[in-house]
Ligand binder design. Structure first.
Ligand code: GDG
Length: 495
């Protein structure tokens, strides 16, 4: 499939500055089949739709890892194909390096710590968690990304680096290109300094990202933590506007991400989706549907949700046989030990609760341990009476927004963990502390019993926010702010 992004073809040949978006993964996944033929698959992630808006401002190229090791003899072919058909530029990394960098440092060191999950110092096979080899692979990968950017960069271009995989990239680029315009956005939480300081490489990462002109976060709290970490760990002067680092000012800003409402409007108009909605309504007739949609990640609080359902069915037995929880749990990072543990723990809980409350005719939990087609997901969002987001930490959480988009007719209720970034903006949700299982169970009871009028008011609040604070709005605001701060920077230099 070819995306809108690719349709512009050779975007980079246009005159004028370009925007170079750099993220760990390209939006195109490259795979090689047994016959040696390469396949290119465009994914439709949130960032892809977010950037549609910026595309109207200037041409852009996406730089990132294509997700697999490419044979050195075939790199040129893959590079050309990605450049010509998708406006993408690949960063080649061997599978071994990717494993250490991506599974090791990114997802087994940074991810847990930034989500307040202290990592054990040794894993069950005796490997040290902060082993130097993971850090080395992370630095090496960031160098590879820098090299790729330099191959595409032309004077005047803007560079927008995405997420925790590439914290060193701003400084690697700044060293080579003094006047480069760099923005950085963190999609996950930035933790309090008391947690951040655990990281053995806490200084190096800060020094890496501080070379950016603008550093963006989803929420005010993440930005505040970042500023205080810079003061406490590096002893730098900071203000709410940013940090002064070696005569360079790194601006800090808050840019809550959103979704693309049109994708949902279009899907809901699709007759196949409508038919599926009808089928699901018939399937669940006489029952209330609770919905969970999560990657099976320990930050998403899936066990908390299951325990709350168990409590609900115990304490409010009137809901027994009348409520079903459809839990989508998409497998993710399955090579990492913590994810394997979570998976077996979750399976056990589902088995226990279904065993305890199930009958031949009814199981309280439908556990779907695989990814669904987007159309199926939209149909489920539409028929669900309540959506439950019980993350124990979550940078933003787009599922909460997506549910709102599909509830214009039904006016379903959103239960949202106060630990998700989106809880800062979605005041029409029932906000809960997911660690308090009774509170979460009571919230489910409240949501199931809520009169339509109250649901309408809550939905209206949510809908208004989600349709105005879109992904496009996020990308444009970030980009405009980046443009402002670099213009101001260059004026100061000239004066
Ligand atoms: C990170 C941060 C932040 C899920 N299951 C299926 C499916 N999905 C889609 C959802 C949604 C996306 O995956 C998940 O987005 P989230 O925002 O909820 O979570 P993360 O993946 O952890 O994303 C997060 C985000 O970055 C953006 O900055 O909000 O906090 O952790 O779009 O719809 N899609 C399909 N089938 C599924 O089964 N098709």
């Amino acid at each position: 499939t070819r995306s809108n992004i690719g349709e512009t073809g050779h975007d980079d040949s246009k005159l004028g500055p370009k925007l170079l978006v750099v993220s760990n993964r390209l939006p195109v996944t490259v795979t090689r089949d047994n016959n040696g033929t390469y396949h290119f698959n465009m994914s439709s992630g949130g960032l892809v739709s977010a950037l549609k808006g910026v595309k109207s401002l200037m041409s852009f190229i996406w730089i990132g890892w294509p997700g697999t090791e490419i044979d050195p003899n075939e790199r040129e072919y893959v590079r050309n194909k990605l450049r010509e058909d998708y406006s993408c530029f690949p960063v080649f990394i061997t599978d071994e390096q990717a494993n250490l960098y991506y599974n090791g440092f990114c997802n087994d060191v940074l991810w847990p710590l930034f989500h307040y999950v202290p990592v054990p110092i040794v894993s069950s096979d005796g490997e040290r968690k902060f082993d130097f080899k993971y850090w080395q692979a992370y630095s090496a990968a960031n160098y590879r990304f820098a090299e790729a950017v330099l191959q595409v960069y032309q004077e005047g271009d803007y560079i927008w680096v995405q997420d925790y995989h590439l914290l060193l990239l701003p400084s690697l680029l700044r060293r080579r290109l003094r006047d480069v315009k760099i923005g950085f956005f963190l999609h996950i939480p930035f933790p309090t300094s008391e947690v951040y300081r655990i990281l053995p490489v806490r200084k190096e990462l800060l020094q890496g990202v501080l070379a950016a002109d603008l550093i963006g976060f989803h929420t005010y709290d993440y930005a505040r933590h970042f500023l205080s970490v810079c003061t406490r760990i590096l002893g730098l002067d900071s203000s709410p506007k940013g940090v002064n680092y070696h005569s360079h000012f790194a601006h800090v800003g808050i840019f809550p991400i959103g979704i693309d409402p049109n994708t949902f409007h279009r899907a809901l108009e699709d007759s196949n989706v409508q038919q599926r909605i009808q089928e699901l309504h018939e399937k669940f007739i006489g029952k209330k549907v609770l919905l969970g949609v999560d990657r099976l990640d320990y930050i998403k609080g899936v066990p908390h949700k299951l325990l709350a359902l168990e409590w609900l069915l115990t304490k409010h037995s009137e809901w027994m046989h009348k409520v079903v929880l459809v839990q989508i749990a998409v497998p993710t990072r399955t090579e990492i030990e913590e994810y394997k543990k979570l998976s077996s723990q979750t399976n056990e809980l589902v088995g226990r609760i279904n065993g305890k409350f199930g009958t031949v005719d009814h199981s309280p939990i439908m556990f779907i341990n695989q990814s669904l087609a987007f159309e199926e997901l939209v149909a489920l969002y539409t028929v669900a009476d309540v959506a439950i987001v019980s993350s124990v930490r979550d940078g933003m959480n787009l599922v909460s927004y997506e549910y709102v988009m599909c509830q214009q007719a039904n006016k379903g209720v959103l239960i949202l963990s106060e630990f998700a970034g989106s809880a800062q903006s979605l005041s029409g949700a029932i906000r809960v502390n997911p660690w308090n299982i009774e509170e979460l169970a009571n919230a489910i009871h409240e949501a199931l019993s809520m009169p339509r009028r109250e649901r309408e008011i809550k939905h209206w609040k949510l809908y208004r926010y989600v349709t105005t604070h879109t992904a496009e709005y996020w990308a444009k605001s970030f980009f405009q702010e980046l443009d402002n701060v670099v213009k101001h920077r260059d004026e100061l230099r000239l004066s």
